[in-house]
Design a protein around this ligand. Structure first.
Ligand SMILES: NC(=O)c1ccc[n+]([C@@H]2O[C@H](COP(=O)([O-])OP(=O)(O)OC[C@H]3O[C@@H](n4cnc5c(N)ncnc54)[C@H](OP(=O)(O)O)[C@@H]3O)[C@@H](O)[C@H]2O)c1
Length: 306
């Protein structure tokens, strides 16, 4: 396997929205990549087929993370919205320091604040501060809501579509997970320039959800409408219809309140400036995912009984 300057990149969350693209980009650029995956399945097989080494394990398992860290020079840390983020960060940082890893890119989120009401968002903030206290070259990424949300919550009804979400008229610039992979790969390849930086990542165009629905409509060539619902209706649906666990519902409820307060708003050119990638608009993203949008998304919220 080819490698550059003895570098070995460890990518966690490697089968996820940001990790998988990062693995592929680094491999395409001739690097040696170890993909840390939660389980072996078709997603991990695709990474192996592209040339990644596969390490299977749980980010809460210190021995597994420590073993995967051997020989690693640069690492991406990505933990889902699940309990255990702070513990996983401690494990990751200790394993990285013991293995003499040089740099870490940490996936956080735009709502990460000391005073955040979402437990997960506050834990992201604590995780950032913990990594800042190590001697690792460290870069934090704080994306706004991913464009993938639109697909998850899209309700398809034959030749029309609906987005039922509790976003009011507030705005953000949806950012595609894969576009973030370009920033992650670029920072991992040249970490010194990004040490102790916090990068807020946005898509190219700030929209409210009526505007988002218009872009989805143009891409699919069907009428698509945004139907605002209340935050209570949203969380009740997540609990009873979708079956999300309490930690995730607590997070989503509080970040939606943040969204109304403008915490997720804004746009910038960091995907281009750091990742050398023109980020996808909502319309381009939906066009690239037409098959998925032919169906109702996994978390789509049913209409209210009238
Ligand atoms: N979605 C958004 O709008 C948004 C916005 C801002 C920030 N973020 C941040 O983005 C991060 C998620 O990134 P993503 O969307 O790229 O990931 P993702 O698609 O949610 O995938 C998560 C990955 O982590 C793996 N994983 C889950 N639990 C694990 C564990 N205990 N040990 C090892 N691996 C584990 C999953 O594998 P399996 O699938 O096999 O379990 C999967 O590969 C979160 O930290 C979130 O705060 C998300």
């Amino acid at each position: 396997m080819s490698s550059k300057d003895g570098q070995l990149f460890l990518i966690t969350g490697a089968t996820g929205h940001t990790g998988a693209k990062t693995v592929h980009l680094l491999l395409e650029r001739g690097h040696r990549v170890r993909a840390f995956v939660h389980r072996e399945d078709v997603r991990s097989q695709a990474l192996a087929a592209a040339g990644a080494e596969i390490a299977v394990g749980d980010l809460l398992d210190f021995q597994a993370v420590s073993a995967a860290m051997r020989g690693v020079t640069n690492a991406y840390f990505c933990y889902p919205i699940e309990p255990g983020l702070v513990e996983a960060t401690v494990i990751f940082a200790q394993a990285a320091v013991e293995a003499n890893v040089k740099s870490v890119v940490n996936m956080s989120q735009i709502s990460a604040r000391r005073e955040a009401q979402s437990d997960a968002a506050r834990h992201h903030w604590l995780a950032e501060r913990l990594l800042d206290r190590t001697n690792l070259i460290t870069t934090h990424l704080r994306p706004t809501f991913f464009a993938e949300w639109i697909e998850w919550y899209f309700a398809r009804d034959e030749d029309k579509g609906t987005l039922r979400l509790p976003m009011g008229d507030a705005r953000h610039a949806p950012i595609v997970g894969e576009d973030q992979g370009y920033v992650i790969a670029a920072v991992l390849e040249n970490p010194e320039a990004h040490d102790r930086q916090i990068y807020f990542l946005h898509g190219p165009k700030e929209l409210d959800h009526h505007g988002i629905a218009e872009e989805v409509s143009r891409a699919l060539d069907i009428p698509v409408t945004y139907e605002p619902i209340t935050i209570d209706e949203y969380t009740q649906s997540l609990e009873t219809e979708v079956g999300f666990p309490p930690h995730l519902v607590q997070h989503l409820r509080n970040v939606v309140i943040d969204y109304h307060d403008g915490v997720f708003a804004g746009t910038n050119n960091l995907i281009e400036a750091i990742g050398n990638r023109t980020p996808m608009t909502v319309e381009e993203y939906v066009r690239s995912r037409k098959e998925a949008f032919a169906q109702t998304g996994p978390y789509a919220i049913a209409p209210k009984p009238r």
